[in-house]
Design a protein around this ligand. Sequence first.
Ligand SMILES: Cc1cc2nc3c(=O)[nH]c(=O)nc-3n(C[C@H](O)[C@H](O)[C@H](O)COP(=O)(O)OP(=O)(O)OC[C@H]3O[C@@H](n4cnc5c(N)ncnc54)[C@H](O)[C@@H]3O)c2cc1C
Length: 384
Amino acid sequence: MKNPFETEERRAFRETVARFVEAEIKPFADQWDEDGEIPWELHEKVGALGAFGFGIDEAYGGLGFDDCFMRAAYWEEMGRCGAGGVPAAMGGRNISVAPIHDLGNEDLKMRVLPNVIAGRTGSSLAITEPGGGSDVANLKTQARQDGNHWVLNGSKTFITGGMKSDHIVVAARTGGEGLTGVSLFLVDHDSPGFSRTPLDRKMGWWCSDQATLYFDDCRVPATNMLGEQDRGFIAVMNNFNLERIGLVAQCLGMMKLCLAESIAWAQQRETFGKPMIRHQVIRHKIADMSARIDALEALVNQICWAVNESANGDDMPVAEISKAKFHATKALEFCASEAMQIMGGAGYLRGNAVERTYREVKVMAIGGGSEEIMRDLAVRQMGL
Ligand SMILES: Cc1cc2nc3c(=O)[nH]c(=O)nc-3n(C[C@H](O)[C@H](O)[C@H](O)COP(=O)(O)OP(=O)(O)OC[C@H]3O[C@@H](n4cnc5c(N)ncnc54)[C@H](O)[C@@H]3O)c2cc1C
């Protein structure tokens, strides 16, 4: 169906990313996942595509513009690469550059952003703590001022890219209890009192590193505070919107991958004397997957339009983004399950894209705001 939001630039960007995924990621995705990491050159190649530079001024190496449709196209095409850990391994940047850019001081931005945007160095966002990730307003990591430094104590966990990142955006408590006492800091990996260990043996995202970070009297210059003291919670919430759109679009790409793999398998596999694609039950599964893809695609387009409008002064469509997040992960769960079912035993074997996608359903449903928290946020946006 014709997309009313398509433009020449958006089509060209999507095609560039799609070609890149086909040539530079798909053939290697399984091996990288088994190896537990991606080559660093990939970070730089994706940086050259502009994928980390949306909404970042050209002075800091960014694109100098933002476009939600292009952001979504990047994530959707990456979702089709067949290993969610690949974009995740680079994706700490996507969720941490906006607070650095929007809230950091000039010196800090010039020092940090050009290398991060180019993929030469890494950055991460550290909100979740061992004590919990959903209740952000209740986070426990403390920061106290000491002269012209802040001293952080506490720990963060599940931090994507956390083992390799040079810079980490950290939420810590500078004030009293609740959402009004949270501030954001940029912690460099060589700050005194900072250490980290990897989270091993995950269900999926094998080639993406997730870390636990420790702050033991970790000292950062006062100039590394991002934004105003005690105003960090709002910044974290705003930042979540773009992260969630990326996750929704990635789900869409993963669903399209599941559909494509199902059709390819059902066309060549014969049961009961004919190709599986000729059996009505299988055809209905294909139809059900396809209908969910169409619905999610329409929703992504509508949200991207509203997000672009919000840059012109309209409200960010927070309720729609939170509903899209759990709608997308439920639809992905359905498609991954049906695709695996269509492939039968072959789908259960390690090394195929459907098996990897099936293992990655849950991280999409939990990370960046779980299904439960997204439902709660959606209902709160209804004023209830
Ligand atoms: C692979 C991976 C990568 C991640 N990357 C990052 C990262 O880069 N940076 C970062 O900061 N975090 C990251 N996270 C953490 C992620 O954001 C959290 O896992 C998520 O927010 C949920 O927090 P939690 O796991 O502590 O669960 P909890 O907050 O302990 O909640 C446990 C379960 O209970 C449910 N629940 C909680 N409260 C309620 C309630 N009131 N009503 C109903 N149900 C409720 C939740 O939905 C969840 O299912 C990552 C997680 C994973 C798995």
